[in-house]
Write a protein that binds this ligand. Structure first.
Ligand code: IMP
Ligand code: MG
Length: 176
């Protein structure tokens, strides 16, 4: 049986997303930026965030990465399942991610994107589980730090489900 406990209500998410959008608008004034959303978990965060960024120099692109084979634990193996559609050379990149757990996914990705000569690369994440970090990475924009619990909703999934929940919840799985 699966039980969902609310962890972060939508009002709090909206508040933080607006704050971060405002900071990005200031930090990148007059600069060309591309938000790179990591599929599929970051899609809802990205959709809300981009509308809080005041810029006429902003584009979006997506990458598909997989380090999880459907369950709740990282395999440590990162695969690119879908790549960028346009060059990022000379453009300021902000990677938009749903959650940083071990840090393995973003460590791999920032190294990979640096080879494409962007003007800069920063990370913007909705959530971080600080207790699980295996590869330290510098995160410029972060909405929330959370305890080491498996969370779902607002884009995050368990076996592809629960992305549509309008808040962030902790998933409790009871074996029976
Ligand atoms: P990392 O490489 O361990 O940092 O894993 C990051 C990726 O694992 C995220 O992009 C998520 O797709 C997935 N992930 C990690 N923790 C959770 C969670 O609590 N709920 C849902 N997905 C998670
Ligand atoms: Mg992900």
């Amino acid at each position: 049986m699966e039980i969902v406990h609310q962890l972060i209500p939508i009002e709090k998410i909206e508040e933080r997303v607006s704050d971060i959008g405002r900071r990005i608008s200031e930090d990148y004034k007059g600069k060309e930026i591309v938000l790179i959303g990591i599929l599929k978990g970051a899609v809802i965060f990205l959709a809300d965030l981009m509308r809080k960024i005041d810029s006429n120099q902003l584009t979006v692109d997506f990458m598909g990465l997989s380090s999880y084979e459907g369950g709740t634990r990282s395999t440590g193996v990162v695969k690119i399942t879908s790549d960028l559609k346009r060059s990022i050379e000379g453009i300021h990149v902000i990677i938009v991610e749903d959650i940083i757990d071990t840090g393995l996914t973003l460590n791999f990705l920032t190294q990979n994107l640096a080879l494409k000569n962007p003007a800069s690369i920063e990370i913007c994440t909705l959530l971080e589980k600080p207790s699980n970090i295996q590869k330290p990475i510098s995160v410029k924009y972060k909405c929330f730090e959370i305890p080491d619990k498996f969370v779902i909703g607002y884009g995050l999934d368990y076996e592809g489900r629960y992305r549509n929940l309008p808040f962030i919840g902790v998933l409790e799985i009871k074996e029976d």
